[in-house]
Design a protein around this ligand. Structure first.
Ligand code: FAD
Ligand code: FES
Length: 247
């Protein structure tokens, strides 16, 4: 499938929490090609030194020809994206990456941490309506929390205090979970992979990206006996295939 490079105006923007920005961009053709798990390389359409690199950002929502991206401000690139207002330009390359496989099972658990929330939120909206889906999300504090079923924070300012993985064993046992999807920081994903061994588990990995389009191999991760590129072969992998010890 072809990858597009475009500059488009932001058609809507809001601040769901301090330090986060949701950007809406309209493009019917691109929106129709987005499936959960995919991401775009984005950057603000500005000429300044701090804003020279594209940043990988997951598709958060798709609605009536528009795509939404939820960006957390962490460094210069994401700060420039978070400052965008309706009418400002954004440069996009995408859609990139593969997709979460959609399996028709009854009890599904979604586990997200930090900016792992946007792709799992999009995934939830696309799962079969016959499935029972529980979305568990964790963040550092209440300002990292967004709508879902069960929340926890490291400082206890929203939901239960602790890490999202603390809640997983009881949620799995009480809800007969048959399938897990996850996205978040690598330590969280590593711990989760150990906990849910034996249950089908698909994980979207975060990695530092340079080119973002499969050329530089800078985002390679150990999968089976080889290395795979998160940007091109992923970001979604079967957790059972990842060599978690080497990651
Ligand atoms: C496939 C994919 C999808 C992503 N989706 C989203 C999303 O939907 N929303 C969102 O806000 N962010 C998302 N990210 C993370 C986002 O790309 C980074 O936060 C962003 O590139 C940081 O760029 P910066 O210039 O703002 O900060 P930088 O100056 O590059 O870094 C600031 C800080 O963030 C850390 N950091 C940067 N990139 C990463 C990374 N990939 N993993 C772990 N730590 C990192 C750096 O070590 C540094 O401490 C995604 C990343 C990937 C790989
Ligand atoms: S970032 Fe260059 S190959 Fe993935």
């Amino acid at each position: 499938m072809s990858v597009c490079q475009k500059t488009l105006p932001v058609t809507g923007a809001d601040t769901p929490q301090p330090g986060y920005r949701v950007l809406w961009i309209e493009d019917h053709e691109l929106a129709a090609r987005c499936v959960p798990g995919m991401f775009f390389e984005l950057k603000a359409d500005r000429r300044d030194q701090a804003n020279r690199l594209y940043k990988p950002i997951s598709v958060y929502q798709v609605r009536e020809g528009r795509m939404a991206f939820m960006v957390k401000e962490v460094g210069e690139g994401s700060k420039a994206l978070c400052s965008l207002q309706p009418g400002d330009g954004v440069r996009l390359i995408g859609p990139l990456g593969n997709a979460f496989p959609l399996l028709n099972v009854q009890n599904i658990l979604l586990v997200s941490g930090g900016v792992g929330y946007p792709p799992l939120s999009f995934l939830k909206s696309c799962l079969p309506p016959s499935s029972r889906v529980i979305h568990l999300h964790g963040g550092a504090s209440a300002k990292d929390i967004f709508p879902c079923d069960i929340v926890c924070t490291e400082d206890g300012s929203a939901g239960s205090k602790g890490r999202v993985t603390d809640l997983v064993p009881s949620v799995i046992a009480e809800n007969r979970i048959q399938l897990v999807y996850s996205c978040g920081p690598q330590p969280m994903l590593k711990a989760l992979a150990r906990m849910v061994e034996g249950i089908p588990h698909f994980v979207s990995l975060e990695a530092y990206m340079a080119c973002g389009i499969g050329v530089c191999y800078g985002c390679s991760v150990p999968v089976g006996n080889e290395f795979k590129r998160v940007c091109k072969d992923g970001p979604v992998f079967n957790a059972a295939d990842i060599d978690w010890e080497k990651l």
